[in-house]
Design a binder for this molecule. Structure first.
Ligand code: WT7
Length: 632
């Protein structure tokens, strides 16, 4: 495709153009896609309400751009290569032609079950090709998919189903993860006890484990597609029709349904994919994320397939059957671009270089990182031992809400700098604001990362509650999108993300709201009050530390902490399980009753001797007791 940047001066030129005249810039990029009807206006926006529209009145179907458009040029090329959990099991290759047929067939199948344009469909699945097929089938008929990561609990799943009033759930019997077999359908059964909107579920047979099929509700995937045509005319969608909803945590207790729409998301994921990874035709690209997160949406499925790439999907975990699995897969499929998370790199780093040694890794050209700041040590290990010193690392900063990569080197084109996401992509107008909302201009400044101009793949609303979108992202700093991240622009103008400035923690690259974890902990009948903070964790980046006031009621501390962890497992899922729980006699509060998290964060980080003046607290005496009981 013609929108590739090839040099540093090319980047600077494109960036300037994108800021001076965004409309011509994006219009030129969008021109290379297939539109049923061209747009009337490139962008219409207002960050106050907020109201953002891209490619106004344009008509398209994103799957025509992913599938039909590629049929004649690369029909026999691999679109998806699926690598199973068990290395002994055969991998599966789906060419663009095959993927087209499977998507059309499944689209017809879900349509026959009564799902149509605008209906919401929940996808709760393991990392199998059918997860991508299900997403694209929804997009084909204009249904709005909402993927829920298969590690979430029944409770978290039913919350999401109910929030978007989903009509259908697409799932599987079970999930192979390492040497474990995880029940999936069972969780759906449990969730559906509390959901009225769901009319049918489709169940893929993956593990073959025993499950309950409810007649009139559940149907096997293979039965649903039996004899169904592999041709389907894509539904015509407006640019601003919803493509998907993806739930994400924030500083309040309830996850938000981030809404992305068809036209802008299509343009930006494809554009950013090609430029950041410098993908060349014929390359094999692998992103290790799960489709349950935004990274899986934008950079396993939509971005790469829009660009006509070959995208690997991996079912398993990095340490099964051993800590060399990632590298075995890179050699086996001759991976050229490899995109993973710092937490995975640190976990593998802990095994030393021995598991890497048997592998050549000579096909690798580009390494990527996403999800949290990558510390310098992990950056160098990744660079030296995985990339053998010859692959640029693209440290990509972005968010569920941004839809695509916002700040990152372009591989081999713009400079890299360890622990820096470096420079914004063309079209991305960053500003740094101080707490009063004044713009900090020039270099060597630090403050709140905001964006002052819309970009095509930005969120449009939070599902069912537009005011929440406004309050969360557009009210802290009027007329700006606020990311929630702190940032530094160094003396050379490069950006370094400093982490969240709100009550959100980042555990293994997954966003957790502290309030959400507290709500879950508080569900335990013996918990009186709790406060959750993040603390530095060697592998996860941040760990979850919970300070809890309990009515012990004859229980041991050990017994109670175990019960609390189980409660969190049940309410949210294992990803939110606290790493440390400390039972405390009280929580440090201001005179107005606000919990002083700053103090708890310091104690949790082992910096309890450095609390500063605490005499203004309502209950300063409690701090000593907490410090004494702290576990490190
Ligand atoms: C938050 C967004 C975007 C996909 C994965 C997470 C943090 C993300 C980086 C990076 C420093 C990063 C930010 C951001 N984050 N990438 N390269 N360097 N921090 O998506 O769950 O929406 O979380 O992840 O704090 O706000 P998410």
């Amino acid at each position: 495709m013609s929108d590739r940047i090839h040099s540093l001066s090319g980047y600077m030129y494109e960036y300037q153009k994108s800021v001076q005249d965004p409309e011509s810039f994006w219009s030129r990029i969008a021109d290379s896609f297939h539109w049923r009807k061209k747009w009337d206006k490139v962008v219409d926006w207002n960050f106050e309400t907020p109201d953002v529209k891209w490619f106004v009145n344009g008509k398209l179907n994103i799957t025509e751009n992913i599938l039909d458009r590629h049929l004649y040029t690369r029909g026999d090329q691999a679109a998806i290569i699926w690598e199973p959990n068990d290395p002994e099991e055969e991998h599966i290759t789906l060419t663009y032609k095959e993927l087209h047929a499977k998507v059309c067939q499944f689209a017809n199948a879900i349509k026959a079950k009564g799902v149509g344009k605008g209906d919401r469909v929940i996808i709760y699945m393991p990392m199998v090709p059918e997860a991508a097929i299900a997403m694209l089938a929804c997009a084909r008929i204009g249904a709005i998919h909402s993927i829920v990561f298969a590690g979430f609990s029944a409770n978290a799943l039913s919350d999401r189903i109910n929030d978007c009033k989903a009509k259908m759930v697409i799932t599987a019997d079970g999930n192979f993860r390492g040497n474990k077999q995880i029940p999936v359908k069972e969780v759906v059964d449990e969730a559906l006890k509390n959901c009225d909107s769901v009319e049918s579920t489709i169940v893929l047979k993956r593990t073959g484990q025993d499950i309950q099929m409810t007649s009139g509700l559940d149907i096997w995937w293979h039965d649903a597609i039996e004899g169904v045509s592999t041709e389907n005319k894509a539904e015509e969608m407006d640019s601003e029709d919803m493509l998907f909803i993806l739930y994400t945590s924030g500083s309040t207790g309830q996850p938000k349904g981030v809404v992305h729409t068809c036209g802008g998301y299509m343009i930006y994921t494809a554009y950013s994919f090609q430029n950041v990874f410098q993908y060349n035709q014929g390359d094999v690209y692998w992103c290790t994320a799960d489709v349950g997160w935004i990274t899986g949406h934008s950079y396993i499925v939509y971005g790469p397939l829009l660009a006509g790439a070959t995208s690997i999907m991996f079912e398993g975990v990095p340490t099964f059957p051993d800590a060399g699995r990632f590298w075995a897969i890179c050699d086996k499929h001759q991976v050229n671009q490899f995109y993973t998370a710092p937490t995975a790199i640190r976990a593998l780093q802990a095994y030393g270089t021995e598991p890497i040694e048997p592998y050549k890794l000579d096909s690798l050209k580009v390494l990527g990182s996403v999800g949290e700041p990558i510390n310098e040590e992990a950056w160098h290990w990744y660079h030296d031992h995985v990339g053998k010193g010859k692959c640029p690392i693209v440290d990509t900063w972005w968010q569920t809400e941004t839809g695509g990569i916002m700040v990152s080197p372009l591989a081999g084109i713009t400079p890299t700098k360890p622990a820096y996401a470096t420079l914004p992509l063309p079209g991305i107008q960053l500003v740094i604001l101080d707490n009063e909302g004044n713009e900090l201009k020039g270099n060597s400044v630090e403050g709140n990362l905001c964006i002052k101009f819309p970009w095509p793949s930005m969120l449009r609303t939070t599902y069912g509650d537009h005011d929440r979108c406004k309050q969360t992202y557009f009210s802290t700093f009027p007329n700006h999108y606020f990311t929630g991240d702190g940032v530094k622009r160094d003396e050379d103008g490069y950006y370094r993300i400093l982490g969240r400035v709100d009550d959100v923690i980042n555990v293994s690259g997954h966003r957790m709201g502290t309030a959400e974890v507290e709500n879950a902990i508080n569900e335990h009948p013996k918990v009186i009050e709790s406060a959750v903070v993040g603390y530095p964790h060697d592998i996860k980046g941040q760990g979850i530390y919970a300070f809890v006031i309990c009515d012990m009621d004859g229980r041991t501390e050990e017994g109670l902490t175990k019960e609390i962890k189980e409660t969190v497992n049940k309410i949210i899922g294992p990803i939110a399980r606290p790493d440390k729980i400390q039972i405390v006699p009280g929580l440090p509060k201001t005179r107005s009753g606000k919990i002083m998290r700053r103090i708890l964060r310091k104690i949790a980080s082992g910096d309890g001797d450095n609390l500063g003046d605490i005499s203004t607290l309502f209950n300063p005496e409690v701090v000593e007791a907490i410090k004494e009981g702290a576990s490190h």
